[in-house]
Design a protein around this ligand. Sequence first.
Ligand code: DX5
Ligand code: ZN
Length: 212
Amino acid sequence: MSKIIISPSILSADFANLECDIKRVEDAGADWIHVDVMDGHFVPNITIGVPVVKSIKKVTNLPLDVHLMIENPEKYIEPFAKAGADILTFHYEAVNDVSAIVDLIKSFGIKAGMSIKPKTSPDEILKYLEILDLFLVMTVEPGFGGQSFMEDCAEKIPTIKRHAPENLIIQVDGGINAQTAKICTSYGANSLVAGNYIYKSGNIISAVQSLR
Ligand code: DX5
Ligand code: ZN
């Protein structure tokens, strides 16, 4: 079985102690750091931006998996790439020209990801899978950590997997814990984002390990 990529979401970390909270998931064996960027327009919440990504880059060697929940993501690809993002995932619902933004992301030598919200059908995006490095299936409405997993969203994964090139990373995000992780990996996901489950569990090491 191929390795599952664990990407803890720092949205659930203590922002006053971010370096320490990043080290804690690093020590627990996390593979990537998931950074949730929200603009108050595409989603009803505002989180962090380019300067924070730049600072995080200095304190970790793990790849920065940056999830852009923003309108007009094409405007911010260059600043986030230059700040140190290793994977930039935009939302299908926020762009007009998928190929152009994928080309733009890849022009910085980093991985391009695309995500869909719960109400978006996978059929709409199948034609883009071959140009992507990562596809993110949201298993909650984007905007907040700590929401409940929606299994009908995870049911999109087999369709995506059937149409995906072999090396496409299929990631899930929202309400992931040891039980829902199992559901997602059985459907074919190979990357798990988890915020609350990891940071609010009381035992980060066992939480990360239980997702594998
Ligand atoms: C939600 C974000 C998620 C969030 C997940 O819009 O994209 O990455 O942090 O948090 P949990 O794992 O708590 O659902
Ligand atoms: Zn996310």
